[in-house]
Design a protein around this ligand. Sequence first.
Ligand code: 3EB
Length: 340
Amino acid sequence: MTQAQQAVSLPGSIFTGLTEVSDIAADGNVLGVVNYTTECTGPRVENGLLTLDLHMAADAGEAFAEVWTTTGPVETGEHHGVVYAHDGEYLLIAGRIAPTGRYTDDTRSAYVAALDLMDTLGYKNCFRMWNFINHINADNCEGLEIYRDFCKGRAEAFELFHFGDQEVPSATGIGSLGGGIAFYFLASRSAALTSVENSKQMAAYHYPRQYGPRPPKFARATYLASTHTDRRSGQIYVAGTASIRGHETLHAGDIAAQVKLSLDNIEHLISDENLADYEIAQGNSLLDLDNIKVYVRHRSDIPLVRRMCEERFSPNARVQYLNVDVCRSDLLVEIEGVVA
Ligand code: 3EB
């Protein structure tokens, strides 16, 4: 078999309780563990596992772990403050930027370290990024909103690595409860990736200047083709999706309408109608979305958001609801997931 024909299994992840992680690790190969928990600590290798703790839960009862599983033996290491784990086909990278008055430079350096690592280790196909940003809507020491400050550093790093707009992966840029900025990225050695946009939304990397000095650089989704001949479909990693049409926030102050539009945006994004532009057709609907995270700005909105989501997601979908800020102060909800 040539490299291109080699059958490679797609990455997988599961949500679990924090204490069950060691059972999963004992059972098989784990690329890494992301704890959505009550404090943020720097990424590390713990008991041989890449581990990143994010401050995304108000108390222990809300905490959960996201475990990235794989098929091959895993090696771990550290490079300029970023920690990594890889199995020959997939690379997981985790990093943290300490709290600071101005994030542009530290974001650029941390991203440069991560992108450099992808190049060095030979995992050049980055397909998903998550960024957790404390005080995301607050101003930095220069009066620039922290999310926009972060976007500036990220755009500069992508530029240094000559990432074209169509090469940026899908991403999440969301609030957190503490710890500066934490992030994790997934990259592949040989997967064929397609960056997917939503025909009803402006590409985020084209957002006009009113949203900050540099636009958010991410794709609405990344399609990861399956190399298995017996598998009909690839995976679609859906970026954080909100109540935005064109480039504008719609339904400011109306949580129900924002949830509906966020769901409608994802439904359209993964539909054959939208994917036809990329010659992908797999008949996906919201019922195929799994490993879902729903980020809700106001805790009191969670019951309504949950009811609305349960009406549209599969009853078997794994869904986590998190109470954090969202990257535009008029956005009340953001939703992400994976069509696996
Ligand atoms: C939006 O559509 C909503 O900065 O990485 C969604 C997903 C959003 C990712 C990011 C931001 C990011 O612009 C916000």
